[in-house]
Design a protein around this ligand. Structure first.
Ligand code: NAP
Length: 255
């Protein structure tokens, strides 16, 4: 039997590079999307194949509607259908700045790229899923949508907009058999976060979590795998928050 197909955007490194093998272990043929770093995406594909899974790397800037259309058309031509989409690409590094410090162009670029990276591919993939009456979408949100501070004004606003976008898509597609979840992590240990969090700030976050540590990409990948499970269909439109217990202890991350 042909394995179902999942696209993971921005899967060359960071959280996406953990989600791709998780979905391969769950039986998907994984499209490992990346923007520029073909070597990194190739390494993810090689790792999946080494473990007996099936994957292909495809380059595409998910903020660009023309290249998204071409990638989706290529996947449909080669695979016949798309069963799952994980909108993960970190399209714009968040400018860590307060209202007083931010320029409109920094703020607008973050909002634009976050939503463009979700809108174009979701529109194309949902159109491809509808005739089959089945599909699953997962969006990578962030606890920054709910918990304020730490200069995350632009990032949090973009992720709140993304979660609202996901809820509307859930409402519009539920009767087509498509389910939608947002997985919203707190700080995850990736190369991107290592550049932003020094050791003392990491320690504050770890101390303020019930787990006593930051999240790892594999924690998020496991949650995305669960979010694709048909058992969670009735949860469509929900946000699955992975905050390592920060909200339990302190009402939100403090760093
Ligand atoms: N890390 C955290 O603490 C954290 C916490 C909460 C939520 N998140 C969310 O989780 C997601 C992944 O974050 P991450 O930290 O794993 O990011 P990352 O380590 O910076 O990885 C970025 C990935 O996205 C790809 N990418 C960037 N722009 C792209 C574009 N326009 N089109 C296609 N691919 C693109 C990159 O490809 P190239 O290398 O080829 O450019 C790379 O594979 C993001 O949505 C982020 O907001 C992260």
């Amino acid at each position: 039997m042909t394995p179902p197909t999942a696209i993971v955007t921005g899967a060359g490194r960071g959280i996406g590079a953990a989600i791709a093998p998780e979905l391969a272990r769950r039986g998907y043929h994984v499209i490992v999307n990346y923007r520029r770093d073909a070597d990194a995406a190739g390494a993810v594909v090689a790792g999946i194949r080494r473990d007996g899974g099936s994957a292909t790397a495809l380059a595409c800037d998910v903020t660009d509607p023309a290249t998204v259309a071409a990638m989706v058309a290529q996947v449909l031509a080669e695979r016949g259908r798309i069963d799952a989409l994980v909108v993960n690409a970190n399209t714009a590094p968040p400018p860590f700045a307060s209202l007083a410090e931010l320029t409109w162009s920094e703020f607008a670029a973050k909002i634009n790229d976050e939503l463009a990276g979700a809108f174009h591919i979701t529109q194309r993939v949902v159109a491809a899923m509808r005739p089959w009456g089945e599909g699953r979408l997962v969006f990578l949100g962030s606890t920054a949508a709910d918990y304020v501070g730490g200069g995350r004004l632009a990032h949090g606003t973009a992720k709140a907009a993304l979660a609202t976008f996901a809820r509307h898509v859930a409402a519009e597609t539920a009767r087509d058999g498509i389910s939608v979840l947002t997985v919203a992590p707190g700080a995850v240990r990736t190369e991107a976060t290592a550049r932003m969090l020094d050791a003392s700030r990491e320690q504050v976050l770890a101390d303020n979590s019930v787990l006593g540590r930051l999240l790892e990409p594999e924690d998020v990948a496991a949650a995305v795998g669960l979010a694709l499970d048909p058992a969670l269909r009735p949860a469509t439109g929900s946000v699955l928050r992975l905050d390592a217990g920060w909200s339990v202890l302190a009402g939100g991350p403090t760093a």
